[in-house]
Design a protein around this ligand. Structure first.
Ligand code: DQA
Length: 149
């Protein structure tokens, strides 16, 4: 079987990981989280591409560009999680599985973080495990693909 192609997307402010609110998000940098996903994907023979953007338009464009050439999307939409219907709609038009990842557990935080407009179009959400969640997302996809053979 051809190598699975995975798109990893990280939304606004996640470029600041490592120094941004370390008590909430930890001290691991985004580059290190990307390395975690790349290592997990390489171990499975999969190929990963990554985009971090603070721009909703750029994220929507990347999701559009993934249509027809990408097997799955792992996305931490940052604050867009809670209100970006544009990202919701773009993900709804993608035909592969989507895994939503959060470093923190939004349900334990401010009430405005309790809604995810991305969750309804994801196969599942991994939240509250810090950077471990990115590796768990790859594991979840691996099992999803194995189950859907
Ligand atoms: C986050 C949670 C969001 O509520 C927040 O806006 C972020 C990061 C997380 O990874 O825990 O930027 O997605």
């Amino acid at each position: 079987m051809a190598a699975r192609r995975i798109l990893l997307l990280n939304g606004p402010n996640l470029n600041l990981l490592g120094s941004r609110e370390p008590a909430v998000y930890g001290t691991t940098t985004l580059a290190d989280h990307v390395t975690t996903v790349e290592a997990a994907c390489t171990g499975l023979g999969w190929v990963v591409s990554h985009l971090q953007s603070n721009s909703e338009a750029e994220l929507v464009g990347a999701i559009h560009a993934a249509r027809g050439n990408t097997d799955a999307i792992i996305i931490n939409p940052g604050a867009f999680t809670h209100y970006s219907w544009a990202i919701h709609d773009a993900l709804a038009a993608f035909d592969g599985p989507i895994v939503e990842v959060h470093l923190s557990q939004p349900l334990k935080r401010e009430t405005w973080r309790h809604t995810s407009v991305v969750a309804p179009v994801a196969i599942g959400t991994i939240a509250g495990f810090g950077g471990v969640g990115y590796g768990l997302a790859v594991e979840a996809l691996s099992r999803h693909f194995a189950d859907s053979k």
